[in-house]
Design a protein around this ligand. Sequence first.
Ligand code: ADP
Ligand code: MG
Length: 233
Amino acid sequence: MAAVVEVAGLRKEYALGNDRVYALRGVDLTVECGEFVAVMGPSGSGKSTFMHLIGLLDTPTEGTYRLEGQEVSNLSTDARADIRGRRLGFVFQAYNLLPRTSALENVELPMVYAGVIEAERRALALEKLALVGVPQLAAHHPNQMSGGQQQRVAIARALVNNPGLILADEPTGALDTKSSQDVMRLFARLNEEQGMTIMLVTHEPDVAAYARRIVTFRDGVITGDATNDRRAA
Ligand code: ADP
Ligand code: MG
């Protein structure tokens, strides 16, 4: 199996007035193609900082990061944006769909940036909406959908450029229990049936239970890394 993520000695410091905050203090992690990893840990342990670095939204203070074999820890802002658009799919707690825009157009958007022609965009967006189980919502606007439906549309949007890695930061944080379970079953199915590599942050054990591997952060380092052999159905 090929590694999707290979991180070594990753450190991130922030300046805070005259102080420095050591958000990550030396993180090593390898994620292979086809893995489904839940990142857990208490508030302030560095989970979001870590996901921002993995998502190329920020650069580390120190350390190396290989994404699908390419060293990406020292790229320019433009080069990182380019890789984000082509190789990474993002899912957020707040869905981040454009209002007053149909589900179909929301899902098409990353392909507009990637320069895909309209007919092809439309077909691919419909295909992904069907894949996440909401083809009937193509013409609906976000304010006509439940939270769980909006998150499905956001997941379809994350999939359209066929990314090598899906990154989700607390994707069920705004959902009720039933919708959370639906969304986590969807992630589990995308991992099992489509072979998608997924890294997902959560502080809820019930949510992490759907992943195959659980990595735990504390005080900016990884303190636990275990296979989850009691996966939720
Ligand atoms: P988590 O997502 O696990 O709650 P974070 O990665 O958000 O943790 O934060 C880790 C530590 O880094 C915390 O102490 C937080 O206050 C600090 N931190 C995060 N982002 C910044 C920033 N932009 N500037 C200063 N400190 C930050
Ligand atoms: Mg966080």
